[in-house]
Write a protein that binds this ligand. Structure first.
Ligand SMILES: Cc1cc2cn([C@H]3C[C@H](O)[C@@H](CO)O3)c(=O)nc2[nH]1
Length: 223
C-alpha cells in the first residue's frame, strides 16, 4: 500500500544504552510500509578515519562536545531524510541527544558550560526552524542493572569502561523527559514498553506496540 504522504507518521524509539532499540526496530523490518532508520553508530565510529565514539569514551572532557555536535548533525540528517512510506521509525532523535546525553555531560561537569551553551543554541535554532516532531515516542523502559549486564554481554568495545552510575544517570534523564515530561518540546504521546523482558518474552510486548503504531499510522494517513 503506497499512499503518497506529505509527512509520514513518525515514531522515535527511545531508551537507555542496551534497552533493545535496534532489536525493536528489526521487529518491524517485515512491514513494507515502514521505513526504519537505525542509529548511525558506524558514522560516529568512523568520521574520515576518526572514531569519535571511542575518543569520547576515552576522554569525555576533551571530546564530548565534538562527539555530540556530530551526533546531532547525523540525527538531523535522519530527521530530514525524505521517506516514501506512510510510517517512519527512528532510533533515538535530536531530543534524546539534547535531553539525555548532552544534559548529562553538562550536569556531570564533563562538558564546559560554554560548550553546552553552543550545543543548546544549535538545538534551539533547529527546534524553532525545522519541523522534526514525532507523532509517537516508544520508550523502551528498563532497569539500569538489567541494561548494564546486557552492555557487558554485548561487549561493544568502546562501552566496556561505562560505569553503572552513568547508566543510572541516563535512566533518570530518560524518566524525567518521557515519564515526568519536564521538557516542553516534542509533546508527542509516549508508549511505554517493559524492555526488561528478555528476548523470548519481549515479542509479545512488541506486538502490543505494533497494533498501536500501525493503527495510528493508518488513521494519520487516511485523515
Ligand atoms: C542522540 C544520541 C545517541 C547517542 C548515543 N551515544 C552513545 C551511547 C552508546 O554507547 C552508543 C550507541 O548508542 O553511543 C551517546 O553518547 N550520545 C548519543 N546521543
Amino acid at each position: 500500500m503506497s499512499i503518497p504522504t506529505t509527512k509520514p507518521f513518525t515514531v522515535f524509539v527511545e531508551g537507555n544504552i542496551g534497552s533493545g532499540k535496534t532489536t525493536f526496530l528489526e521487529h518491524f523490518r517485515r512491514f513494507e510500509d515502514i521505513t526504519l532508520l537505525t542509529e548511525p553508530v558506524e558514522e560516529w565510529r568512523n568520521l574520515r578515519g576518526w572514531n569519535l565514539l571511542d575518543l569520547m569514551y576515552k576522554d569525555p572532557a576533551k571530546w564530548a562536545m565534538t562527539f555530540q555536535a556530530y551526533v546531532s548533525l547525523t540525527m538531523l540528517e535522519m530527521h530530514r531524510r525524505p521517506t516514501t512510506t506512510p510510517v517512519k521509525l527512528m532510533e533515538r532523535s535530536i531530543y534524546s541527544a539534547r535531553y539525555c546525553f548532552v544534559e548529562h555531560m553538562m550536569k556531570s561537569g564533563v562538558m564546559h558550560p560554554a560548550q553546552f551553551a553552543v550545543l543548546d543554541e544549535w538545538f534551539r535554532f533547529i527546534y524553532q526552524q525545522i519541523p522534526i516532531d514525532a507523532d509517537l515516542i516508544v520508550y523502551l523502559k528498563t532497569t539500569p542493572s538489567v541494561v548494564y549486564d546486557r552492555i557487558k554481554k554485548r561487549a561493544r568495545s568502546e562501552e566496556q569502561c561505562v560505569p553503572l552510575s552513568y547508566i543510572e544517570e541516563l535512566h533518570k534523564l530518560h524518566e524525567d523527559w518521557l515519564i515526568n515530561r519536564v521538557h516542553a518540546e516534542c509533546p508527542a504521546p509516549v508508549l511505554v514498553i517493559d524492555a526488561d523482558l528478555d528476548l523470548s518474552q519481549i515479542t509479545e510486548e512488541y506486538k502490543k506496540s505494533e497494533h498501536r503504531i500501525l493503527r495510528q499510522a493508518v488513521d494519520v494517513v487516511m485523515n
